[in-house]
Design a protein around this ligand. Structure first.
Ligand code: ZN
Length: 97
């Protein structure tokens, strides 16, 4: 399955990191991203994070929280604006399972 990303967000997030290693590396990174061919895709907006809470195996007083994408059903330990696996744009808020 192809994975589509937000190139502008990627550049924004990583330019500061690469700049620490030299402006040339940051510029090379931006060049590679900007020269990559763009696909004509629109983000899916129908997905949402489903919060899963289960008792922690090693502590009775604690819980484990994970988040499942409603589109691809992959499970993560964090939420983001887009699903890292399928690229769906996620609705705000969480649904409890
Ligand atoms: Zn997904």
């Amino acid at each position: 399955m192809a994975k589509y990303i937000d190139a502008d967000k990627l550049i924004k997030d990583y330019t500061d990191i690469f700049t620490e290693y030299g402006i040339e590396l940051a510029e090379q990174f931006q060049g590679v991203i900007n020269q990559s061919p763009a696909e004509n895709v629109a983000p899916r907006e129908s997905a949402e994070w489903i919060e899963k809470v289960k008792p922690c195996e090693w502590s009775e007083d604690d819980v484990e929280i994970s988040y499942k994408c409603s589109h691809c059903n992959n499970i993560f330990d964090y939420v983001s604006n887009y699903c890292p696996n399928c690229g769906s744009k996620m609705k705000e808020g969480l649904r409890r399972e």
